[in-house]
Design a protein around this ligand. Structure first.
Ligand code: NAD
Length: 360
């Protein structure tokens, strides 16, 4: 439930506003969207400070299996202890009017269950990428949010980030001429004992986790959907890390205009996530393109040379992302990266694995 101004005023009159209702946006006097964060791990540690810097969002509840950790974080963000939930009593969030949306920051295979439970509790859902671990789960998440009449957004933060947006704009404006080819890669050398190496929790290896950035970038850079995909996967390190998931995936995509893209992802080497776009009038290179900050855009086209280091610091992506979702909730708009965007990536990931001979 999202409080409108009248409901907020009613709670205020009863002296309950401070306890249950989100604070007001200082400029618009609109109640802020209150987020319940599920999974207090690494990415939540970027999202929550990001929310603090928005004008229209705040953290109003926490969901964790570790009460002591949740109590500590609750104190930091001014979340009342009565708004700390665990995985069993999470559904009680339906009765908490201070929660307008739920941010799902759990291991991949838990996204579907908690997004659907959040929707059933009447809360909007912001879900981390990858949306799910298969197409059926992604479709069920979309259906559950539609049935509950709540919004679903996938946290593709690069869609809200200025360096990536500038790359898209240059391409759309024709600065590079006709785009012919894209190269992209993203990966890191993973530590043992990560849930990311457990197929049941992760769904698959680096493609689900970080390769998805290259896949998604090729789609937003071209503005097209791939029509053909082929892929290879391999394991080089027999050190126990890759008993369940692949270590490397390399794939190529052909888009309807004829643009070809080649991408690599790995859990065996540290790669700076990047893309390079080659057009008939020049090239563009975002490197790094997917880090939380320090993004650099270089380009050369028709006598123009660009070299721009984005000065924004982490958690700026998360500020922009939360601002967007809260704005969509407040104004009845469709988010830029809805569930359908996550579902498309799930379909292409399935196709990449199929082509590489891996069943997911
Ligand atoms: P993490 O391991 O740091 O945090 C996961 C959280 O889930 C922890 O709080 C953990 O306690 C909780 N959890 C509940 N049940 C669990 C279980 N059975 N096994 C392991 N943890 C369990 O992970 P993370 O890096 O924060 O990733 C969480 C999600 O966010 C993933 O889907 C990941 O793909 C995504 N992610 C997105 C970005 C981004 O830039 N958008 C970056 C990193 C991760």
């Amino acid at each position: 439930m999202i409080l409108n101004r009248r409901e907020f005023a009613r709670l205020a009159a009863l002296g309950l506003a401070a306890r249950f209702a989100p604070a007001l946006n200082a400029q618009t006097q609109e109640p802020k969207i209150g987020y319940a964060v599920i999974g207090l791990g690494r990415i939540a540690g970027h999202f929550m400070p990001g929310v603090l810097s928005t004008t229209n969002s705040q953290i109003t509840a926490l969901v964790s299996g570790h009460r002591d950790k949740a109590v500590r974080i609750a104190a930091e963000y001014g979340v009342p202890q009565s708004s700390i939930y665990n995985y069993d009593n999470f559904d009680e969030i339906a009765r908490n009017p201070a929660v307008g949306a739920v941010y799902v920051a759990l291991p991949n295979s838990m996204h579907a269950e908690y997004a659907i439970r959040a929707a059933k509790a009447g809360k909007h859902v912001l879900c981390e990428k990858p949306m799910s671990t298969n197409v059926a789960e992604a479709e069920a998440m979309i259906a559950a949010c539609k049935a509950a009449n709540v919004k679903l957004m996938i946290a593709y933060r690069c869609h809200y980030e200025p360096t990536n947006l500038k790359a898209i704009r240059l391409i759309r404006d024709g600065a590079l001429g006709k785009v012919q080819a894209i190269e992209s890669a993203n990966g890191f050398n993973i530590a043992p004992r990560e849930w990311r190496l457990n197929k049941k929790l992760a769904g698959g290896g680096p493609l689900f986790d970080v390769g998805i950035y290259s896949l998604n970038a090729c789609r937003y850079l071209t503005g097209e959907e791939p029509s053909q995909i082929s892929a290879y996967a391999s394991v080089i390190d027999r050190d126990g890390r890759f008993n369940q998931v692949e270590e490397n995936v390399s794939w190529t995509m052909k888009f309807p205009s004829g643009i070809v893209a080649s991408c690599n992802t790995t859990y065996g080497a540290n790669m700076t996530g990047f893309y390079r776009v080659h057009g008939s009038k020049g090239w563009l290179d975002a490197n790094p393109a997917f880090y939380y900050d320090g993004l650099r855009l270089r380009a050369e086209f028709s006598g123009t040379q660009l070299d721009e280091l984005n000065p924004a610091r982490d958690p700026s992506h998360f500020v922009l992302q939360a601002e967007h979702f809260s704005h969509c909730i407040q104004n009845g708009l469709e988010p830029k990266t809805p569930g359908e965007e996550g579902l498309r990536d799930m379909r292409y990931i399935t196709e990449i694995y199929r082509s590489a001979g891996i069943s997911i």
